[in-house]
Design a protein around this ligand. Structure first.
Ligand code: FEO
Length: 171
């Protein structure tokens, strides 16, 4: 089945969103690395890799429909950050924007009765639930443990323990 023009546009836009997400997480990982947050650096490196895999899934899907994926330029992510908490807050709001974009594509696929694209998108629907939940849980830790040096040390350790074993390991 031929994918509708609005859905092709949205799929290509998603390639760009995933590429920007990968870059943003890499920048966060880099800042954490030089700031001494080793656990968070490892966590954000994993997130960057996941987002890169997401981007590839969209590229492969679009190419698989003989449409020719558009490989985007990426936005310059921030060079520096106020705090580990501010990175996590921004990450949650970026993930919420991705969820909105995925839901929009699901709506389009449903409207078009495009079962192929609808089925492809289900992975991302589930993935976004997990990603939003993950950052909500991390942000909750700042409220529970506090924001002094010892609390940040514990949160950094916790981030380091999260690893990639969860949601996306089948990529
Ligand atoms: Fe691939 Fe976290 O959006």
């Amino acid at each position: 089945m031929k994918i509708s023009a609005p859905l092709v546009k949205a799929l290509n836009n998603q390639i760009s969103m995933e590429a920007n997400a990968a870059n943003a997480y890499l920048s966060a990982a880099s800042w954490c690395e030089v700031t001494g947050y080793d656990g968070a650096a490892s966590f954000f490196h994993d997130q960057a890799e996941e987002e890169h895999q997401h981007m590839l899934k969209f590229v492969n899907f679009v190419n698989g429909q003989c449409l020719g994926a558009i490989i985007p330029g990426t936005k310059q992510p921030p060079k520096t950050y106020k705090s580990l908490e501010s990175i996590c807050k921004t990450a949650l709001s970026n993930e919420q924007a991705v969820t909105k974009a995925i839901n929009h594509m699901v709506d389009l696929a449903q409207k078009d009765k495009d079962h192929n694209t609808f089925t492809f998108l289900q992975f991302f629907v589930n993935e976004q639930i997990e990603e939003e939940q993950q950052f909500e849980n991390i942000l909750q830790k700042f409220n529970l443990l506090g924001r002094d040096k010892l609390a940040i040390y514990e949160i950094d350790k916790l981030l380091g323990s999260l690893g990639t074993s969860g949601s996306d390991s089948e990529n």
